[in-house]
Design a protein around this ligand. Sequence first.
Ligand code: THU
Length: 135
Amino acid sequence: MAQIDWDALRDTARKALANAYAPYSGFPVGAAALVDDGRVIAGANIENASYGVTLCAECSLVSALIMGGGGKLVAFACVDGNGDALMPCGRCRQLLYEHSAAGMLLATVSGIKTIDEVLPDAFGPRQLAEFHRHG
Ligand code: THU
């Protein structure tokens, strides 16, 4: 796998904080990822007066991935309002898994980890494909 510039990725995630819309929680989140074609994409959380409708930073990042031409996520970093590493919530680990390259890496609060480490025994597209192939 290509060398990953984690400092640059964290920097992009920190810059994305400026785009966060978090008037309700006061907890801005920025995210950034390297795509397998070399693109670097970003996202920020987008809250809603109907709190449960809030979009996490990973949601806007995945939207940017697809709207920017798709591809697979190779490396990912997420930061809180202090610029410190933040773990993707459970739902967002699933969101990221769907679009992960094999061996995707994440900058976590406990160092660099793979997507399989942060979402073990995941359910994903392969399970659906298997079912439809064999019943
Ligand atoms: N949040 C994210 O954007 N990503 C995560 O993985 C964790 C939580 C946001 C959602 C909400 O706007 C704020 O953080 C507080 O929960």
